[in-house]
Design a protein around this ligand. Structure first.
Ligand SMILES: Nc1nc2c(ncn2[C@@H]2O[C@H](COP(=O)(O)OP(=O)(O)OP(=O)(O)O)[C@@H](O)[C@H]2O)c(=O)[nH]1
Ligand SMILES: [Mg+2]
Length: 254
């Protein structure tokens, strides 16, 4: 069995860099992961994907062919990925590896809100899948920003029946006390609620009820601080994935 580890997050949250560095980190540990780029619009990718959706689909070509702007073309591309999913899956099957590290499109709404993404996840193997959901560090510093990202992660949870790991990306950009504060919010709803109150964010009934609802679904999670650039937290990702799929057992090194 190979794990399909999807890196998901808002535009610029650090998905591609984390794929690159996590691959290097795994190789350093003696493992042999395979990278898959599912972003047909990526202008530059900081690594050479082993499997690249651009071999099937190109955003500029779709724009030209259909006379569309970049956003409309992205939607067409998202649906085209689903049409090519079986072929991508066949190519993946030719690799003998433990982990596929799968990079997803920059615009999270393309991945999250299109039915085609659910079809892709299913075609590539839903039971073997896990999402690494990246929280943007700067947005996460504000309680309202943190809750907004939590809501987005809840919609992913709602739409995909796939386990996910919440990761605080680029945590090297945050002061240690900010990391501590965000970790506390993830664990302790009451602290987050009083912080939201003090910022005047919970000023209407909808916000209050929304956040209370979140408590039910999202407050069993922890958030793992990660820095792709400083190789911090990468082992925590590996351990969480191994815990989930293999009861914590280590992979065989090659
Ligand atoms: N300080 C710091 N910067 C990072 C880290 N990871 C990524 N970055 C920077 O963040 C920017 C965006 O990184 P990407 O990896 O391209 O992010 P992405 O989510 O793949 O972006 P899109 O695919 O365009 O949505 C780049 O300038 C990276 O160098 C990190 O761990 N620390
Ligand atoms: Mg990217």
């Amino acid at each position: 069995m190979s794990v399909n580890l999807y890196f998901v997050g808002t535009a610029g949250s650090g998905k591609s860099t984390l794929v690159k560095e996590f691959k290097s980190w795994m190789e350093r540990q003696g493992f042999d992961p395979v990278t898959v780029n599912l972003d047909p619009g990526a202008e530059t990718i900081p690594y050479s994907p082993d499997i690249d959706i651009m071999d099937w689909i190109s955003l500029p070509a779709v724009m030209e062919e259909h006379g569309l702007g970049p956003n409309g073309a992205q939607i067409v591309c998202a649906d085209m990925i689903a049409m090519n999913a079986m072929e991508i899956s066949e190519v993946m099957e030719t690799y003998d590896c433990d982990y596929f590290l799968i990079d997803t499109p920059g615009q999270i709404e393309l991945f999250n809100f299109r039915r085609s993404s659910q079809e892709v996840v299913r075609a590539l193997g839903q039971e073997d899948s896990m999402f690494v959901y990246l929280f943007d560090p700067i947005l996460s510093k504000q309680p309202s920003g943190y809750v907004s990202l939590l809501l987005l992660s809840a919609t992913i949870h709602f739409r995909f029946e796939v386990p996910y790991l919440s990761v605080l990306g680029k945590s090297d950009l945050l002061a240690p006390e900010d990391i501590k504060k965000i970790k506390t919010w993830a664990k302790d709803f009451d602290i987050l609620e009083s912080e939201l109150m003090s910022h005047g964010t919970l000023s209407n009934e909808l916000s209050i009820e929304l956040v209370r609802g979140l408590q039910e679904i999202a407050f069993k999670e922890r958030i793992t601080p990660v820095s792709a650039l400083e190789w911090y937290g990468l082992e925590d990702i590996y351990t969480a994935v191994q815990d989930h799929f293999y009861g914590g057992e280590d992979l065989d090194r090659r």
